[in-house]
Design a protein around this ligand. Structure first.
Ligand code: ADP
Ligand code: MG
Length: 632
């Protein structure tokens, strides 16, 4: 096929512009990204040769090579790994397939370009997902990629100056693997642009960012002009797996670089976890908790799992058998000594060793967070605000570890407008006589905080957890207690207060009203009763302990589920003048048709007060207008 010029997708073009124009700090990272890709490509090739015995590939000397040309001012990073087909080049290099990019770009754009501060914001944001291959354009004016997929005959040549377009054409003689050739920008120390044709600069960068890469990274120093003998290639990295080195021999920075390599996140990890098991069944793990929620955390197609190695040999990425879904943000490596090199994902799911490792990893991650909570509360707060929503899924997914998960949860509560509380701290503050951990679920803090359901508890100064994440609606049904103390919804069943029946009112006097209201409102509620839940509001709606909450009902409907209408219970405050007035009016004029309207208003007001949606808002408004008019 002849050369073709193709336009970048709009998003890619915007991203490239940002890379070229607004990121000034630390351009060195482009080399780390290219080496990281080369290393991935070598891993993939080795794996593919295990799986496909017929693959025509040369695996005799897998390595990464860095070539400097000082005359031409080019820097080449090449590997003899898996390579890419033409289609792969177009789909992975020509577009940004990464999910969440569109949203990110929107924020980048609003962060603006221009001032140093804004550029800082841009690069901070870009760090959120890394720009991988495109980072080449931080150092180069033009980038050429020549690649041949292992097992295919011809190769492809891709070239771009990082502006609107790229060209792509056949490269019949391309060797197996990928070369990325950078036409370097002029060196400019003032602009943090070192001379990338200087061997020392390359040595320093590789040592700093890519030392742990297990494939050899070789560099042949450029000829020094007057000698004829070709210089010997030197291997720049020490190639020692980090998890195989003694714990205290590895620096924070080395861990951070390794984290970047496995996570494709540009930032520092929040926490590094090491795990060692010896004996009959040996493995090592090096895990990281990110400091920020991965972009895809709540997307349907999220990444999940850690890398699996067998005796230092990379076996697979995203090994989901090793981590449960609710810990999908955990990144890192597990290196098991006794697995077969050609295990498949399906086999792993069943493997007893893998299940044992997984169990231990989960416990270790949970206990690490617990320690963090005790010893580094600020770090824990970051963890929780970024990743807590995912962790809470574990309350449903992993009943075996439920207690441990509950220990590391925190929830907003009525005690403080911003700071959440742990359940343990809540328990310590419980009032004498208080028997439950009270909570309310709903769509937003404002809606639940002012809900009439809280009135009696507020009067008693009981603290109430304000649960407003969609996942909260689900786990509260599965978790009945924490450390022996039952959890109780303030909008369900009886409140469980010590003076449960002390409504202070003569219940007999309301019997007629309750029966009549039950009839009038029968299409909306299934029962009308008196309550001690309210102090200032006339009425509220509650469910039975097994009823779905309105928010949950709404969630299911939004997902397209058909549900029967769920009728709730209308509770009345017998001390409220409106309720007393309605009772008296009904007693005097049982046939007054107007009173039914008042009953409907009472119900609709209760629904509005908890942030609910009226089924017939127009009727409500008409009734209300009529009554207001009369009151004037
Ligand atoms: P990431 O590495 O996070 O996927 P990159 O932008 O670094 O993102 O690379 C995008 C994709 O391009 C890679 O996922 C890979 O499929 C492909 N790629 C990049 N470099 C190479 C290479 N040297 N060999 C083979 N494929 C590569
Ligand atoms: Mg990459």
């Amino acid at each position: 096929m002849s050369a073709e010029t193709i336009e970048f997708e709009a998003e890619t073009r915007q991203l490239l512009q940002l890379v070229v124009h607004s990121i000034y700090s630390n351009r060195d990272v482009f080399l780390r990204e290219l080496i990281s890709n080369a290393s991935d490509a070598l891993d993939k090739l080795r794996l593919e040769t295990y799986r496909d015995k017929d693959l025509q590939a040369d695996v005799s000397d897998l390595h990464v090579e860095i070539v400097i040309d000082q005359q031409q001012r080019t820097l080449t990073v090449r590997d003899n790994g898996i390579g890419m087909s033409r289609d792969e080049v177009v789909s992975v290099i020509g577009t940004i397939a990464k999910s969440g990019t569109a949203e990110l770009l929107e924020r980048l754009r609003s962060a603006g370009d221009g001032t140093a501060q804004e550029a800082g914001a841009a690069s901070e944001l870009i760090g959120k997902f890394g720009i991988g291959f495109y980072s080449s354009f931080m150092a180069a004016d033009r980038v050429t990629l020549i690649t041949r997929r292992a097992g295919l005959d011809g190769g492809v040549r891709w070239e771009s100056a990082g502006e609107g377009t790229y060209t792509i054409e056949d490269a019949p003689d391309a060797p197996q693997g990928t070369s990325v050739i950078l036409a370097l920008k002029p060196a400019d120390p003032e602009d943090q642009l070192p001379d990338y044709t200087a061997p020392d600069t390359i040595r320093r960068i590789v040592r700093r960012y890519s030392d742990f890469i297990t494939w050899p990274i070789r560099m042949t120093p450029p000829q020094s002009g007057d000698t004829d003998t070709a210089a010997e290639p030197e291997t720049l990295n020490r190639r020692k797996a980090l998890w195989a080195r003694a714990k205290d021999e590895v620096s924070e920075e080395e861990y951070a670089e390794f984290y970047r390599h496995v996570s494709h996140d540009w930032r520092e990890p929040l926490e590094t976890i090491r795990l060692q098991a010896e004996g009959t069944f040996e493995y090592q793990a090096l895990l990281f908790l990110p400091a920020h929620a991965p972009m895809d955390l709540f997307m349907r197609e999220h990444r999940r799992g850690v890398q699996l190695y067998v005796r230092r040999v990379f076996i697979m990425d995203d090994c989901e058998a090793l981590v449960p879904d609710y810990l999908r943000f955990v990144r890192g490596v597990v290196d098991a000594a006794d697995l077969s090199l050609n295990v498949s994902r399906e086999i792993l799911q069943q493997d007893r060793q893998i299940q044992l490792i997984r169990k231990r990893l989960v416990r270790k991650v949970l206990s690490t967070v617990r320690t963090m909570q005790a010893e580094q509360p600020e770090r824990y707060a970051t963890f929780w605000s970024e990743l807590g929503r995912a962790v809470k899924e574990g309350l449903l997914e992993d009943p075996d570890n439920r207690e441990q998960i509950l220990e590391i949860c925190s929830f907003p509560s009525t005690r403080d407008p911003v700071e959440p509380t742990t359940l343990r701290a809540y328990k310590e503050r419980m009032k004498p006589g208080q028997e439950h951990i009270h909570y309310i679920t709903g769509e937003s803090r404002t809606a639940v905080e002012n809900s009439p359901h809280l009135e009696a508890l507020r009067a008693k100064e009981y603290e109430v957890l304000l649960l407003t994440d969609p996942i909260d609606e689900l786990w509260v049904d599965a978790v009945s207690e924490f450390d022996g103390t039952p959890l109780a919804s303030v909008a369900k069943g009886e409140l469980g207060l010590d003076d449960e029946d002390g409504t202070g009112a003569d219940r007999e006097q309301f019997a007629g009203l309750l029966t009549w209201l039950g009839e009038v409102l029968s299409d909306q509620v299934r029962e009308v009763r008196l309550t001690n839940r309210l102090t200032t509001s006339p009425a509220c709606l509650v469910g039975d302990s097994h009823d779905m909450t309105p928010t949950l009902e709404k969630m299911y409907r939004a997902m397209g589920q058909e549900l029967p209408t769920i009728k709730r219970i209308l509770e009345l405050n017998p001390a409220h003048p409106l309720v007393v007035g309605l009772r008296d009016a009904h007693g005097e004029r049982p046939d007054d048709g107007e009173l039914a309207g008042t009953a409907r208003l009472l119900h609709d007001m209760a629904l509005l007060a908890e942030g609910g949606d009226l089924t017939d808002p127009a009727r409500f408004v008409a009734l209300l207008a009529q009554r207001l008019e009369r009151a004037l």
